[in-house]
Design a protein around this ligand. Structure first.
Ligand SMILES: C[S@@+](CC[C@H](N)C(=O)[O-])C[C@H]1O[C@@H](n2cnc3c(N)ncnc32)[C@H](O)[C@@H]1O
Length: 339
């Protein structure tokens, strides 16, 4: 179903615009050329796919560059997942968010734009300059729960797990974190998220390697008694084989700052990401998810689907099918079909 289930009485656009403005204000003291140089280095480091030997976000300029080019894209990806959560886990209400390896706190901004009920955000992060900038940005939000976020010095594998046993938040996020961790810590990261909250979201870059890490996290979540809510309409093995991998696009509006530090001309970009959303709450069954751009021909729509029976297939819907065709024409990559 096209995902038009915007949560009522909450203007998510306001939150997105606020983030753009607080980023511009907080980073105004940095030379754009310096930020652009760090962005280029960060892109190279992340593209290499290797586990970093030391903390990447280790100084204020690198952190500022990271926030400028990654926060808008990360917020867009997480917002798009949360829209799927509205469909797949209708009872999910995020009063408390725990953001593990939260960096400059993008997850809090995404959740604040979606969950009017948000009361408490705990960001756990090893990098001191990331915590400092993230806290400053959050203080510029009009959403009280985000403005009053708590920032904790925390290193996975060294620090204790967050919270007291049984103290369970509504949502734990591992947003673009797992890829920075050595194998042993990936398991610990997912286990920590499962202990911290009743719903867990793991997001990784939409590359074959990111997708494989998401699959690994999915297995751990299923093994921990969570149910997969999205993107898969089933709990079975992923049907994609060979060179194919599950990933989705999120539309990102680029601000002037974003364009300047990334050296791009376009006013938008597509953030490709892979993710798994798993929960202990009831999951609303759905028939299938569109896992690529639909093929549109005259009088015919081809929907590449992952289906509730655990198979992947292209479904053709012709104009002769009336209402189904009209519905199919509206579907986009990432949408789900009702059960
Ligand atoms: C690519 S950034 C993502 C930041 C943020 N979650 C986001 O989506 O914008 C990866 C983050 O993971 C953090 N990180 C990596 N290893 C960590 C560890 N062992 N303990 C805590 N944080 C860690 C890094 O410091 C960094 O902030």
């Amino acid at each position: 179903m096209p995902n038009d289930l915007a949560r009522p009485d909450h203007d998510s656009r306001v939150v997105a615009e606020e983030l753009r403005d607080v980023l511009a204000e907080a980073l105004a003291g940095h030379r754009v050329e310096a930020l652009a140089g760090r962005v280029a280095r960060l892109i190279e480091a992340y593209r290499s796919g290797s586990v970093p030997a030391s903390v990447i976000l280790d100084d204020p300029v690198t952190v500022a560059a990271y926030a400028a080019y990654r926060m808008p894209a990360t917020v867009a990806a997480l917002r798009s997942v949360l829209e799927q959560a509205s469909v797949a886990v209708p009872s999910l209400r995020v009063r408390r968010l725990v953001d593990l390896g939260g960096g400059t706190g993008a997850a809090g901004w995404a959740v604040a734009a979606w969950a009017p009920e948000l009361e408490q955000v705990d960001v756990l992060e090893q990098s001191e300059p990331a915590r400092t900038l993230g806290a400053r940005l959050a203080r510029g939000s009009s959403v009280a729960g985000l403005r009053e976020s708590r920032w904790h010095a925390w290193t996975l594998g060294l620090s204790a797990r967050p919270g007291a046993p049984g103290d369970v938040a509504d949502l734990a996020t591992l947003s673009y974190v797992v890829g920075e961790l050595p194998d042993a810590l990936r398991h610990e990261a997912v286990a920590t998220a499962m202990a911290a909250a009743s719903t867990v979201l793991v997001v990784e870059p939409g590359t074959p390697a990111g997708y494989r890490r998401v699959l690994e996290a999915r297995d751990l979540l299923l093994g921990g008694g969570f149910e997969v809510a999205a993107p898969c309409p089933h709990q079975l093995d992923c049907p994609l084989v060979g060179d194919d991998w599950c990933h989705l696009p999120a539309h990102v509006e680029r601000s002037a700052l974003h364009r300047a530090v990334k050296g791009g001309e376009l006013s938008y970009e597509d953030e490709k990401f892979s993710y798994v959303l798993a929960t202990r709450l009831p999951v609303e069954p759905y028939a299938a998810r569109v896992i690529r751009h639909p093929m549109i021909r005259k009088g015919l729509v081809g929907l590449p689907l992952c289906q509730a029976d655990g198979t992947a297939a292209q479904r053709l819907v012709s104009k002769r099918q009336g209402a189904d065709y009209k519905q199919a024409r509206k579907l986009e990559w990432g949408d789900c079909l009702p059960g």
